[in-house]
Ligand binder design. Structure first.
Ligand SMILES: [Zn+2]
Length: 429
C-alpha cells in the first residue's frame, strides 16, 4: 500500500513506498498529516510535477467505487458508503415539528411562503448522495495529482445504439460490441427470460430464428432466455415455439432507452465545471464490464469496477489487496433547544470525556468506532464493518487509533482472495 505525499504547500505529489516514507520521517524531512489513509507532508520545497493519475468513479445508490491508477499501477482503491438515513431523518424531523405545534411552546413565525423548489432541485436523499460522491472524488484529488476523472453514466451508449436494428451492430460473444449488445438487450427485455418470465436467473442471448436456420446475429434477431427455455426451444423459431409476439417485438427498436439518472447527469455536469472539460471522460457500463472480465479478469465489486473504469480498453492493471472503506458520516446532532417549552438553548458538547463520536478506538484487543457516549458510564463500541456492538466499556480504557477525516470514517479492508462466480440476470455465460 502506498503512502500519500503532500508538498510543502499542501499540493498532492505522487505517492511513495512505505520504506521511503519511513526514511523521510526519520530524517525529519517529512511530517505525518493523517493516519488513515497514511499521508505525509514534505518539509522542504520540491520541484514541480505533472499530474498523471486517472480516477475512476463507479456511482451507486449505496456504495461508490473509487480507484486511482497511473502507469499500469493501482494507487488507491476505496469503497465509499453513502448515507441512507436521510429520508428517515427528515420524516422524524417532520413528526417532531408537527407534534410540537400541538404543544404549548414558544411562538414560531409562520413559514409557509418559502416552499418553492429552486431550479434543478433534487430530493434530499439524492442530493446527499451526489454531494458525498463529489466530495469523495475531491478527497482523492487532495491526496493524488489527478489528471483525469472517468465516470460511468449508463449501461450502454444510446448514441451508438440508436436504431441498432438499422445500423446493424451484431452480436459476437466476448467482443466489446458483444457486451454493448448484451446491455442493450437486458434493457430492452427488462432482464427477464422472454419465454417463462423468470427474472432471477442467468440469462443467455437467444436467436429468435436459430443460427442453424439462417438467423442473423443482428440485434433484431436476438432476445434473452434462461438456459432451460433456450434448450427447450432448440431449433425452432420463436413463433414455432409459440411466441409470435416476441418475433414482432424484436423488430421494434427500444424507445426511451438507457435512462440516465438525475444524479449521474448532475454529477457529470458538476465534474465538468470543477475539473474542466478535457479532464472528464464519460464511460459506459458495457465498457467497464468488458474491461473487468476480458482484460482484468476480476470478480464484480464496486472497487474493481472503478479500476476497470480508469483503464483504457485492453489495458491490464492489477488491483490492490487492501482497499479503503470510507463511510460518510452525519455532521452531528442538531437539537438546538430543550426545556419544557424549548426555552433553553442547547450547548451540547462535541466531546465527552475527550472523545468524539465515530473515532476509531482499540479496547480489549478489539477495534471499533465509538457509537455511543455517556457522561457518566460506559461507551458503546461498534464494529466498523458490520456495525454490531463489540464492547461497552469505560472511556478510561479506550486507546484512540484514528479520527474521522473530513466527515469520513476511513478504515482499511483486506480483499480476500476469493474469486466468486458471477450469477444473476446481468452476468454473461
Ligand atoms: Zn425461461
Amino acid at each position: 500500500m502506498k503512502v500519500f505525499v503532500l508538498s510543502l504547500t499542501g499540493k498532492p505529489l505522487m505517492p511513495t513506498t512505505p520504506r521511503r516514507a519511513r526514511i523521510w520521517l526519520k530524517a525529519k524531512r517529512a511530517r505525518v498529516v493523517r493516519r488513515e489513509p497514511f499521508t505525509i507532508q514534505l518539509r522542504d520545497l520540491t520541484t514541480s510535477y505533472t499530474p498523471s493519475i486517472t480516477v475512476g468513479v463507479d456511482t451507486g445508490s449505496k456504495t461508490v467505487g473509487l480507484a486511482a491508477t497511473a502507469n499500469q499501477e493501482t494507487l488507491l482503491q476505496a469503497e465509499v458508503q453513502l448515507r441512507t438515513d436521510i429520508s428517515e431523518k427528515l420524516t422524524q424531523r417532520r413528526t417532531y415539528r408537527r407534534v410540537r405545534r400541538s404543544r404549548k411552546t414558544r411562538y414560531r413565525a409562520p413559514r409557509f411562503a418559502n416552499r418553492r423548489r429552486p431550479l434543478g432541485w433534487l430530493p434530499p436523499s439524492v442530493s446527499s448522495k451526489l454531494a458525498a460522491t463529489l466530495k469523495a472524488i475531491h478527497f482523492a484529488a487532495s491526496l493524488l495529482p489527478v489528471r483525469q476523472v472517468n465516470v460511468e453514466i449508463a449501461s450502454f451508449d444510446l448514441q451508438k445504439m440508436r436504431d441498432p436494428e438499422i445500423t446493424g451492430i451484431s452480436y459476437q460473444q466476448g467482443s466489446l460490441f458483444g457486451y454493448q449488445v448484451r446491455e442493450y438487450l437486458l434493457e430492452k427485455w427488462q432482464r427477464t427470460c422472454v419465454y417463462c418470465g423468470e427474472k432471477e436467473t442467468a440469462l443467455q442471448i437467444e436467436h429468435i430464428v436459430p443460427k442453424a436456420r439462417g438467423g442473423s446475429d443482428r440485434v433484431d434477431n436476438l432476445t434473452l432466455a434462461c438456459q432451460s427455455c433456450n434448450q427447450c426451444k432448440s431449433n425452432q423459431t420463436a413463433s414455432e415455439f409459440g411466441f409470435p409476439e416476441i418475433q414482432a417485438q424484436a423488430l421494434l427498436p427500444l424507445r426511451d432507452a438507457a435512462h440516465v439518472s438525475a444524479l449521474k447527469t448532475r454529477l457529470v455536469s458538476l465534474l465538468l465545471q470543477q475539473f474542466g472539460r478535457a479532464q472528464v471522460q464519460v464511460r459506459y457500463g458495457y465498457q467497464t464490464k468488458y474491461q473487468r472480465i476480458q482484460a482484468l479478469d476480476l470478480p464484480k465489486s464496486h472497487t474493481n469496477d472503478a479500476v476497470a473504469i480508469t483503464c483504457e480498453m485492453g489495458e491490464r492493471i492489477r488491483p490492490l489487496e487492501t482497499v479503503y472503506r470510507i463511510r460518510c458520516l452525519p455532521r452531528g446532532q442538531y437539537q438546538r433547544f430543550n426545556g419544557l417549552h424549548s426555552e433553553h438553548k442547547c450547548w451540547a458538547s462535541r466531546k465527552v470525556r475527550g472523545f468524539k463520536l465515530y473515532e476509531v478506538v482499540q479496547v480489549q484487543g478489539v477495534r471499533g468506532y465509538i457509537a455511543g457516549r455517556r457522561e457518566k458510564g460506559a461507551f458503546i463500541i461498534k464494529d466498523v464493518t458490520t456495525g454490531k456492538k463489540v464492547a461497552e466499556v469505560t472511556p478510561r480504557k479506550l486507546v484512540r487509533v484514528a479520527r474521522p477525516t473530513q466527515g469520513f470514517l476511513i478504515v482499511q479492508k483486506p480483499i480476500l482472495g476469493c474469486l466468486r462466480k458471477e450469477s444473476g440476470a446481468s452476468s454473461p455465460r
